[in-house]
Design a protein around this ligand. Structure first.
Ligand code: NAG
Ligand code: NAG
Length: 275
């Protein structure tokens, strides 16, 4: 289970530091509290009193959407804190490009742990998803089962990429023939999820054009710098909150026999739905 880690916002950190540092510096340079000093300091004291009052009032007047007490940065803070120039040149090698091989598969496996996590209940309460989401079975911890969307997206990209190489991924190709409807449903699901995600992000990075030797027309330059998050943090978080696979019984996680659960025909859209 995750420990309690308090992560105050940057703003509150700066506020607290500037007020206390200034008054501390004043205190050290004056042996006695001069009246002038008191007048300069009292607005800070007033500020502190009002601040403490509002904080303690906040403890009694809790909004419906509660703040999590498990403020682990690994689950919360995923800032766009890096600039990465993407590799977009058509014929440039990448460990993730075809032709498929054991090495390419390993590269994909390494960035796709697809690890199921047990997230704390108070974190779950902040994400506005179905209130009847599956609870983690007691033998794996206490919380809710979850997985990062970022892994799901890459899983989808990988599935679409694999579909381009049926002669290598023969098992998938066989499935696409024998269960064509299910196979097409998965491919459609993946393409449509990625469409929604990319429209949600609406990446407004600009792609410019270059003149290339022996080409008549301008050529797009996809080697563009992007604002990025740290992908490794998803892997670190899924290591930290990942369920212990050895503890999962054969046949996987099953519905509890001793408790009622809310059954749905399809995963609900409305967080409050009960059927
Ligand atoms: C391109 O991608 C690789 C990893 O795939 C990276 O190591 C490299 O620095 C990138 N940039 C260039 C200019 O090749
Ligand atoms: C949660 O989701 C529902 C359904 O999409 C939406 O109507 C509601 O405003 C959301 N609640 C919050 C607090 O964002």
């Amino acid at each position: 289970m995750a420990g309690y880690v308090a992560i105050p916002s940057k703003e509150s950190l700066n506020l607290e530091r500037s007020s206390s540092e200034e008054s501390l510096a004043e205190y050290e340079t004056s042996s006695k509290l001069k009246p002038k000093f008191v007048w300069r300091v009292w607005p800070w004291i007033l500020h502190l009193v009002i601040f403490s009052l509002s904080v303690s009032a906040g403890l009694f007047v809790r909004p419906a959407q509660r703040c999590p007490t498990t403020r682990d940065a690994l689950l919360y803070d995923h800032p766009y804190d890096r600039r990465i120039r993407l590799n977009g040149t058509f014929n440039r090698d990448s460990p993730f490009k075809g032709p498929p091989s054991a090495e390419v598969d390993k590269a994909w496996d390494d960035i796709l742990p697809l690890r199921l996590m047990n997230i704390p209940e108070d974190v779950f309460q902040t994400i506005n998803t179905s209130q009847h989401s599956v609870k983690t079975p007691p033998y794996l911890g206490e919380g809710r089962l979850a997985i990062f969307e970022g892994f799901h997206h890459l899983h989808c990209v990988r599935s679409l990429w694999k579909a381009a190489y049926p002669e290598y991924y023969t098992e998938d190709a066989e499935f696409s023939r024998t269960n064509h409807e299910d196979w097409a449903e998965h491919i459609d699901h993946c393409a449509d999820m990625l469409r929604q995600k990319f429209m949600c992000d609406a990446d407004s990075t600009l792609i410019t054009y270059s003149w290339l030797k022996n080409h008549y027309n301008p050529h797009p330059n996809f080697n563009v710098e992007h604002k990025c998050r740290n992908y490794d943090r998803l892997i670190d978080a899924s290591d930290k909150y990942g369920i212990v696979l050895d503890a999962v019984p054969e046949g996987g996680i099953r519905r509890p026999e001793d408790k009622e659960v809310v059954d749905f025909v399809e995963p609900p859209f409305d967080p409050l739905a009960t059927s």
